[in-house]
Design a protein around this ligand. Structure first.
Ligand code: GLV
Ligand code: MN
Ligand code: MN
Length: 412
């Protein structure tokens, strides 16, 4: 019997990636496939169809996660899961997330074709709303699955048009074939997620496969600056409460405080909403996002805890309200799972490099409930969350072969 990894097809994987990239394709060569959108529904339909062609059994859960199951010899044993997400940022690339889902599909097909027996079932999973762009925060599906977030609270989150996650999920369900339901938190034997690195290290050091040691921590906040709308021509400067001026001063104060020479602290304000957003009205309210990341738990706590005080001072004469959305500590994946990925690559003659994930992934929440690992492959110049995101068929293939080897070992 040929090893399962020998059945991984570089061409098939690439063709599926390019087919998926049509759902939400942008004119600049990227993808805009935000969570639970029509494009996301089309991508889900395509994935279900591909699974059906292989005889995989599709399931859904109440958080909008989608599973495709290759049955093992012991159907009652907890399955091995592998996947990532199909949703993208508004200016996303063709590989972030979708690679992990399609690498899992390719690995499962290779295992199936190899005829290698496995006791545990292997399931491909597409987690709902990893990116957190249309509906914040992200990683909704995986955090609900792992019990780290309340599904009821996530279902109530609304997008900019006022559509709730619950409504959008009903739309998804109505648009797809009815799938059998799975309970959230169903036991998982192990989880392995393949992903592009989204940073430059593997490419710079010449490795096609990275063993992810862990993930840096992240805290996200929503800041509301309350001012007073006023006439741009008639209101006196001394009496204005200009929420936009206060917000820009606050953001500058935050950027100065949440900064280190070494560029380890990552502070980003990526979204600003101005009300009423009219040229001749002094802004009455501004809402902005904060994404703060650091690999050290103590530093992340210390820096994040400064935010409310900085906002209160810098926003005057306006009032600042700071709401924390996510507090995710830095984590390490278990040594046994890292060793398994390294050994799987070594079996295939592929050298690997260990590296920390600076980006967030659904693997964060799976790591709370089962042994978890991640496999990284390089992307061009480390560019991601950008339509120019690019990866080579060869590197994507290497990562998928390692994934197939690791999944089979876990399922046997
Ligand atoms: C995930 O998309 C992240 O922003 O880290
Ligand atoms: Mn991703
Ligand atoms: Mn992303």
């Amino acid at each position: 019997m040929q090893p399962a990894a020998d059945h991984v097809s570089k061409e098939r994987l690439w063709q599926r990636l390019m087919a998926m990239a049509r759902h939400g394709a942008t004119s600049a060569g990227g993808v805009n496939r935000q969570a639970l959108s029509a494009e996301d529904i089309a991508a889900r339909r395509e994935l279900i169809d591909w699974g059906a062609q292989l005889g995989l059994i599709a399931h859904a859960d109440d958080a909008g996660n989608l599973f495709l199951r290759l049955q093992g010899r012991d159907p009652d044993a907890a399955p091995v899961l592998s996947g990532s997400h199909l949703d993208s940022q508004p200016n996303g690339g063709r590989f972030d997330g979708v690679y992990g889902v399609l690498a899992a599909l390719e690995a499962v097909q290779a295992i199936q074709e190899s005829g290698q027996p496995h006791a545990r079932s292997i399931e491909i999973v597409a987690w709902m709303n990893e990116e957190g762009s249309r509906f914040a925060p992200g990683m909704m599906g995986s955090s609900a699955y792992a019990g780290a977030a309340s599904l009821a609270q996530l279902l109530a989150v609304r997008d900019a048009k006022g559509i709730s996650v619950a409504t959008a999920l009903r739309e998804v369900d109505a648009s797809l074939p009815t799938l059998p339901r799975r309970a959230l938190g169903r036991p998982v034997a192990a989880y392995v997620e393949a992903h592009i690195e989204q940073g430059p290290l593997l490419e710079r050091h010449g490795f096609s496969v990275g063993v992810v040691s862990g993930m840096q921590g992240k805290r996200t906040f929503r800041v509301t600056i309350a001012g007073e709308p006023a006439h741009a021509g008639t209101s006196l400067r001394a009496e204005r409460k200009d929420a936009l001026l206060a917000a820009t001063a606050t953001i500058q104060a935050l950027a100065a405080a949440l900064h280190d020479r070494e560029d380890v602290v990552k502070f980003t304000v990526g979204r600003l909403e101005v009300k009423p957003n009219a040229p001749s009205v002094v802004a009455g309210e501004v809402v902005f996002s904060i994404d703060l990341r650091h690999p050290d738990a103590g530093t992340l706590t210390e820096l994040g805890d400064k935010i409310a005080g900085i906002c209160a001072r810098a926003a005057q004469p306006c009032a600042a309200q700071v709401e924390e959305l996510v507090s995710a500590v830095p984590l390490q994946f278990p040594a046994s799972m890292r060793d398994l990925v390294r050994a799987s690559a070594a079996d295939l003659g592929l050298p690997t490099m260990d590296l920390l994930s600076a980006a967030g992934h659904d693997a964060r929440y799976l790591n709370d409930i089962c042994p978890t690992a991640m496999i990284f492959v390089p992307c061009k110049d480390g560019v991601s969350h950008n339509e120019a995101e690019s990866a080579t068929p060869e590197d994507l293939y290497d990562g998928t072969r390692v994934l197939a080897q690791a999944l089979l070992a876990l399922a046997q």
